[in-house]
Design a binder for this molecule. Structure first.
Ligand SMILES: *Cc1c(COP(=O)(O)O)cnc(C)c1O
Length: 337
């Protein structure tokens, strides 16, 4: 794509104010600060009306549609669908959200509660995407990609503007990474304002699509498996046009974390920060706790991207119980203070 410009991000911020919550809190985390050896801040996107940052990008895309748009469709691992449903309702448009069977029921219910149709299609995000593509081609819906859309990326970039306004001496940003709309948007934004800043994408070992794609130099498909970070599942699209190039250009590094590390970090955010967040949100802390973030010079921020966790799974995790992920059982362990 043509590079994301700061003008795109500033225009997004004007367009989405009143739909998404802007200026979300950036709060210190004393226990992670002790590990990092310097200021460690959490950017709390869990207060968005839909429970995740995705509302920024979805609102920018939906409110950029022309006046003759009649309905919106998307594929989603849950949070983008909820955001599109919310933004479509705010604009008076209908929405059909296509999802795979891997999407947790809590997320499906959240989408239906916003008046959108939730269509469950197949066992992978790719199959869900074929259906949203079909709705766009055959039934006249406007399709909003969860990550590979310039308006979505610009909307996520508004987090980057806020980070540097709230902490001008910020040195490192840890960004949960899946399709790369968030990481690409934030990295392009903060690096155009402050080129010395480090931006690290973090994702789970199981199905790390962007990591493998950046290594290969082109988008590669991955097998999708169940993960505690369910919002980070899915490929980046073999015809990726925007987010891959931005991640390739702007990310300094991509770090992988294990399911055990995500489990431990969710416990740490709960017991130490008193935060309920989903697995995808905990990957920054997971990487830090596991010693996978090298020495940091100056303040570090980790994006707490969403809170839409299945509460039965969450209570198992904070209680130290085992968790079943597809055909695999992750052995539980109580949080050690
Ligand atoms: C979508 C999502 C991400 C990853 O965003 P991408 O733009 O796909 O990389 C991270 N955390 C949560 C909670 C999400 O919903």
């Amino acid at each position: 794509m043509a590079d994301l410009t700061l003008a795109d991000v500033l225009a997004a911020r004007r367009r989405i104010s009143g739909v998404a919550t802007l200026g979300t809190p950036l709060v210190p985390s004393p226990h992670l600060e002790a590990l990092a050896g310097g200021p460690f801040l959490l950017k709390l996107e869990i207060g968005q009306a839909t429970g995740a940052f995705k509302l920024r990008g979805a609102a920018n895309a939906v409110f950029s549609l022309s006046d003759d748009a009649t309905g919106v469709t998307c594929c989603s691992t849950g949070n983008h669908g909820r955001a599109v449903a919310y933004a479509a309702r705010a604009r008076g448009l209908g929405a059909v959200v296509c999802m795979s069977r891997l999407v947790p029921q809590a997320k499906v219910d959240g989408i239906r509660a916003l008046g959108a149709e939730a269509r469950i299609i197949g066992g992978s995000q790719d199959e869900a995407q074929l259906e949203s593509r079909r709705l766009a081609e055959e039934e006249g819906f406007c399709e909003v990609s969860p990550f590979d859309d310039p308006h979505v990326i610009a909307g996520q970039g508004t987090i980057g503007l806020e980070l540097l306004e709230q902490c001008p001496d910020l040195a490192t940003v840890l960004v949960p990474l899946s399709g790369g709309g968030l990481a690409g948007g934030i990295a392009a934004t903060v690096k155009q304002i402050k080129p010395s800043i480090r931006v690290i994408g973090i994702t789970m070992e199981r199905g790390a699509a962007m990591y493998q794609s950046v290594r290969a130099g082109h988008p590669v498909p991955v097998t999708e498996v169940a993960s505690l970070a369910d919002s980070l599942g899915g490929g980046i699209g073999e015809d990726n046009r925007h987010s891959f190039g931005l991640c390739q250009k702007y990310l300094d590094e991509i770090v992988l974390v294990t399911e055990e590390e995500i489990y431990r970090a969710m416990q740490a955010h709960y017991f130490e920060d008193r935060i309920v967040c989903e697995g995808a949100s905990a990957v920054g802390a997971a990487a830090l706790i596991a010693g996978k973030i090298g020495p940091t010079l100056g303040p570090v921020a980790s994006i707490i991207t969403g809170r839409n966790v299945d509460m039965a799974v969450f209570t198992d995790i904070v209680s130290g119980r085992d968790v079943t992920l597809g055909d695999w059982t992750l052995r539980g362990k109580p949080h050690a203070a």
